[in-house]
Write a protein that binds this ligand. Structure first.
Ligand SMILES: Nc1ncnc2c1ncn2[C@@H]1O[C@H](COP(=O)(O)OP(=O)(O)OP(=O)(O)O)[C@@H](O)[C@H]1O
Length: 323
């Protein structure tokens, strides 16, 4: 992507691996995200695509300040997302993903989202919100104020959650597939609203998704990640120049190529009597001496993920949204 003059998001040679419970990357582990560089400007809408396990959620969480990395590797609004907690508390940086689903329920208002509480109470309970913005969001998401959270459908609850998440006028928004429960109309209206936010207010959005329906004219940029590495980052006009297929078919062709290459590599490894899959070092177990400081540019996360291990891995992946 061309160099930006005043970027809102700057990722420079990002390297990251999930730490073991000693807080350090397991010795000998290969970074999950490696040599990742990307820069986005105000007003840009970036679609983040890649196969399952490519690293999209991890990248979004790093940008959302949920994992600690060297401040020089990731700057959001010229600040360090992890170290500058005012970025998120002010609402300038907003992350909506799987964990956010739980945060709203338990951390945001200290009431479970499935409690007997009305949509109105939840939405109007957020202090310091511009009433005009709130009304617009309620309209966009077509929320009925009388919905009782314990009796509403997944999609209805999701709409209320999205509404609450978007109440503050963020400058940078990170979306980890949040539209799965929404019906076609709600999704289309939400995407339209988000695009308007970028065009009119200069917000920057990164949206990781596997659903391409209605997205053809939404993004300004497309970023493709595979195995934690940046494969391609370009403006949509360029994508359209190199491919005359639809957005979905274009991405599908890249993923097919990637899968075929992976299969070929596995076959070759098997033929050379190597294990079919490269040996992965388990980042959830303590390996080596916990007292040893071993930081090769990698750093521990803020999440409890490393302590909870496998259980938390499932929760922290956006699979929880699809469950
Ligand atoms: N908490 C964790 N601890 C250790 N490894 C993790 C953790 N979370 C994810 N991973 C590893 O990181 C890889 C990338 O996961 P990530 O959730 O970022 O992928 P993704 O591109 O968002 O996938 P999907 O499309 O399936 O949501 C996974 O294959 C997994 O091996």
């Amino acid at each position: 992507m061309a160099e930006k003059l005043n970027p809102t998001i700057e990722i420079t040679n990002l390297r990251f691996t999930y730490p073991g419970i000693d807080g350090h990357p397991p010795p000998g582990s290969t970074p999950l995200i490696d040599v990742f560089t990307l820069s986005l400007n105000a007003g840009e809408r970036c679609l983040l695509v890649g196969s399952n396990g490519a690293g999209k959620t991890t990248i979004l969480k790093i940008l959302g300040g949920k994992h600690m990395v060297d401040p020089s590797m990731v700057r959001v609004l010229r600040r360090s997302a992890f170290h500058d907690t005012a970025l998120t508390s002010s609402g300038d940086l907003c992350y909506l993903g799987g964990e956010w689903k739980r945060d709203v329920a338990f951390a945001g208002f200290e009431v479970p989202i499935q409690m007997d509480i009305s949509a109105e109470k939840m939405i109007f309970g957020v202090p310091g919100i511009d009433p005009q913005r709130r009304d617009e969001l309620i309209k966009v998401l077509d929320i009925d104020m009388s919905w009782r959270m314990h009796k509403s459908s997944d999609g209805q609850r999701r709409r209320v959650q999205i509404c609450i998440g978007l109440l503050k006028p963020y400058k940078v928004l990170l979306l980890d597939e949040i539209t799965v429960d929404l019906d076609v109309l709600a999704r289309a209206d939400l995407l339209k609203f988000l695009k308007k936010e970028c065009v009119e207010r200069g917000a920057t959005i990164i949206y990781a998704t596997h659903i391409f329906d209605g997205l053809e004219d939404w993004p300004s940029h497309l970023v493709y990640v595979a195995h934690g590495k940046l494969q391609l980052a370009m403006p949509m006009e360029k994508v359209k120049e190199i491919s005359n297929l639809s957005l979905m078919r274009t991405v599908e062709s890249w993923l097919r190529k990637e899968r075929d290459e992976n299969r070929k590599i596995r076959k070759e490894r098997k033929a050379s009597s190597l294990s079919e899959f490269e040996k992965k070092i388990d980042g959830t177990r303590v390996i080596g001496d916990p007292a040893r400081a071993l930081n090769n540019g990698w750093a521990a996360g803020r999440l409890h993920s490393t302590v909870k291990g496998e259980e938390n891995f499932v929760l922290s992946s956006n699979r929880v949204l699809r469950g």
